[in-house]
Design a protein around this ligand. Structure first.
Ligand SMILES: [Cu+2]
Length: 258
């Protein structure tokens, strides 16, 4: 929720499930005052992502400034549970930041397991195929190919300055990966589908949930994937009894050395 002296400050973090709410927040800057100057990134001054903590849902919203550094967005948390919200922005004169906050929708809920690993996602008659490997500790090239009714889609529409917008979150702690599209509409080399290419900075081995927003025939849709970076340590190794003096978790902590 805080980085480089900037803090995401929601007016409330408790929301009634199923009810549209005027959700408001500010970003407090290093001087202790609400930030009012923002750079435009991908066509917007602030991108707001909300997912349930079990990564079962995804919303990509664009709050409106309502004065004095306050942002407002109509937000509906569909059901009871814990959610994570992310504000993705760059203050004027500063670098890009992603700040997060936990939100809570009261009531009983059943936690769900992470959806199974899959390279194919379907949404509203579209099929999106994921190609490329997530490599821990590296920038990983990912290609997403969009088709509809068995035919490649070659007339994707620009959405937020690209033919697709990809958000990647690490399962377990919802760490937010930085993802960069390869090329943009109108640069003379980037085609409007069927393939959209991204580079994702993958911090560690583990499972990730990827959400692709793409626009076609006037509507934005989201395709979601679960992908794995590297090999996971086997539970048998992680839980086998070893003398206390021999750290058995060196495998899973190896990435701190990079
Ligand atoms: Cu956005």
């Amino acid at each position: 929720m805080s980085q480089n002296g900037y803090t995401l400050t929601p007016e409330t973090t408790t929301i009634t499930p199923g009810e549209p709410t005027d959700f408001r927040f500010t970003v407090i800057g290093p001087d202790g005052r609400p930030v009012t100057g923002y750079q435009t990134l991908h066509g917007k001054k602030l991108h707001f992502i909300v997912v349930s903590r079990d990564l079962g849902g995804f919303q990509h919203l664009h709050p409106e400034p309502v004065g004095e550094g306050v942002w407002s967005v109509k937000l509906t948390l569909p059901e009871a549970g814990a959610y994570r919200a992310f504000a993705d922005f760059a203050p004027e004169g500063g670098t890009g930041l992603t700040l997060g906050a936990d939100l809570h929708a009261g009531g009983a809920y059943e936690p769900r397991a992470l959806p199974a690993l899959s390279r194919t996602s379907t949404v509203d008659g579209y099929t999106v195929e994921l190609d490329g490997a997530l490599t821990p500790g590296a920038s990983s090239k990912l290609t997403l190919k969009v088709s509809k009714d068995g035919r490649p889609v070659t007339d994707l529409q620009p959405y937020l300055g690209a033919y697709g917008h990809l958000v990647a979150l690490r399962a377990g702690d919802l760490a937010y990966l930085h993802v960069h599209p390869d090329g943009e509409p109108g640069d003379g080399r980037t085609q409007p589908g069927p393939e959209i290419t991204f580079y994702a900075e993958v911090p560690s081995r583990g499972d990730y949930r990827l959400f692709l927003d793409f626009q076609h025939e006037g509507d934005v849709r989201t395709a979601a994937f679960t992908a794995r970076a590297g090999e996971l340590p086997t539970p048998a190794t992680a839980s086998s009894p070893t003398p206390a003096a021999t750290p058995s978790a060196s495998d899973s902590h190896g990435d701190h050395n990079h």
